[in-house]
Design a protein around this ligand. Structure first.
Ligand code: PLP
Length: 421
């Protein structure tokens, strides 16, 4: 059963009517379901039960502390992409030994911070980064655990902005360069070679690209072993898709079956970096209709959430489900659901057939991943609040920003000089 379902004519989050949440916390508001997050983790972890594995939640999808805390309590690790993310993991008491660190642009300060914390592995994405990490580790007197992110050059059949494993992508090390770079890594004094890593893209709905990519990665692992470079883990990345519209996302069990058969009889620990799959379906963006602008062939429903709150439709042309919290009977019209921002690209959904009136509440579905995490203050709009629902309880896990928060870090020039005339 979905965590968001209608009861008595009203959309609920678990046991709580969304209108109660709007009344208590205001709109726009992200609403998350604890049960949905935990069920998604459970699906992953059940699928790999009995294998040596570590699930590292790719926390850039939703890095709210309450969400991280829930996953940490379940024994989940984290895939981070910045020092800020590492600080969040540590803030909730997450285990640094379950942290893998991805990203093409780690700074020296971030490397030092991660070495001091004792993370499990750096996923190194270039030869230059490898040298830098060796030097930093030497300077601070530690050995850096490393894995190379190898680009298997496989097309994941997804949106170009979220395909990351093609050879023209900025991510990872070209497959044909990987062997030589491992050889070099083995000669660097301050590195410990631990594994190999791949992440071929996001919102992937088929198993084939994974099979192809993982097969290539295992060929590399075997070639390395033949040279005396043994890898303790293979990190297959994240990217499993969810249902936004009519996709048929692959079941984790189906993915796991493929992985299990490829790894049968092998000794490497499996590492996974799911992001969207763990949190996407467990969140909605709750917003209120401010004004209706009827028109032909379609009208505009202007709501109090905008592209600064949820940028996916504008950025990726992503389709999110839109549902009235209390569907009304009456004439259905096609509406573009748009925000107050001064950009024509500011839309949350287009051409949705709904019966709407001003002040109605609307839920933008499947917004738990890359929602608030990608939000901005464009147009000086305070960020939305985040509410985590746990059965009949609601918890405000991020308060709505205030307008004074918006310019708390800004200042004006001193007044001691006359303006140039
Ligand atoms: C973004 C990212 C992920 C998670 O991707 P999803 O599609 O959200 O699962 C995993 N690994 C790396 C390196 C990433 O950059």
């Amino acid at each position: 059963m979905s965590a968001f379902a209608y009861r008595n004519g009203e959309l609920h989050a678990e046991g709580v009517p969304l209108s109660d949440i709007a009344a208590r916390y205001g709109t726009p508001c992200y609403v998350y379901s604890r049960a949905a997050f935990e069920a998604a983790f459970d699906e992953y972890s059940t699928a790999f039960a009995g294998t040596r594995h570590l699930i590292c939640y790719a926390m850039k999808a939703n890095s709210n502390l309450a969400v991280l805390d829930l996953f940490a309590r379940l024994g989940c690790g984290f895939d981070i992409v910045s020092g800020g993310e590492l600080a969040r993991v540590l803030a909730v008491g997450g285990d640094p030994a379950k942290v893998v660190y991805s990203g093409v642009g780690k700074t020296e300060a971030e490397m030092e911070q991660a070495l001091a914390a004792g993370i499990r592995c750096f996923n190194v994405e270039s030869a230059a980064e490898l040298d830098r990490l060796d030097a930093v580790a030497g300077r601070v007197g530690r050995r850096a655990p490393v894995s190379l992110r190898v680009n298997p050059d496989v097309d994941p059949h997804t949106h170009p902005y979220i395909a990351t494993g093609l050879k023209e992508s900025k991510f990872g090390i070209a497959y044909q360069d990987a062997l030589a770079l491992y050889r070099r890594a083995a000669t660097l004094p301050n590195l410990d070679i631990r594994g190999v890593d791949m992440h071929i893209g996001s919102q992937i709905t088929e198993v084939e690209p994974y099979r192809e990519a993982a097969t290539r990665i295992l060929e590399l692992v075997d070639a390395l072993r033949a040279e005396g470079i043994a890898l303790a883990h293979v990190d297959l990345g994240g990217g499993l898709g969810i249902r936004y519209r009519d996709e048929h996302p692959l079941r984790v069990a189906e993915y796991a079956q493929m992985v299990r058969s490829l790894f049968a009889g092998r000794s490497e620990t499996l590492v996974f970096e799911p992001g969207r799959r763990l949190v996407g379906a467990g969140g909605i963006l709750l917003t209120r209709v401010l004004y209706l602008k009827p028109g032909t062939p379609k009208g505009f429903a202007i709501v109090d959430a905008a592209m600064n709150d949820l940028v996916r439709p504008s950025l990726y042309d992503a389709w999110h489900p839109v549902d009235a919290v209390r569907p009304r009977t009456g004439d259905v019209h096609p509406w573009d659901i748009v925000g107050p921002i001064c950009e024509s690209g500011d839309f949350l959904a287009r051409d949705r057939h709904l019966a709407l009136a001003a002040d109605d509440l609307i839920a933008i579905g499947a917004a738990g991943a890359y929602g608030l995490a990608m939000s901005s203050n464009y147009n000086s709009r305070p960020r939305a609040c985040e509410v985590l629902v746990d059965e009949r309880d609601t918890h405000l896990v991020r308060r709505r920003e205030s307008v004074s928060d918006l310019f708390a870090h800004e200042s004006v020039l001193p007044r001691d000089r006359a303006p140039i005339t």
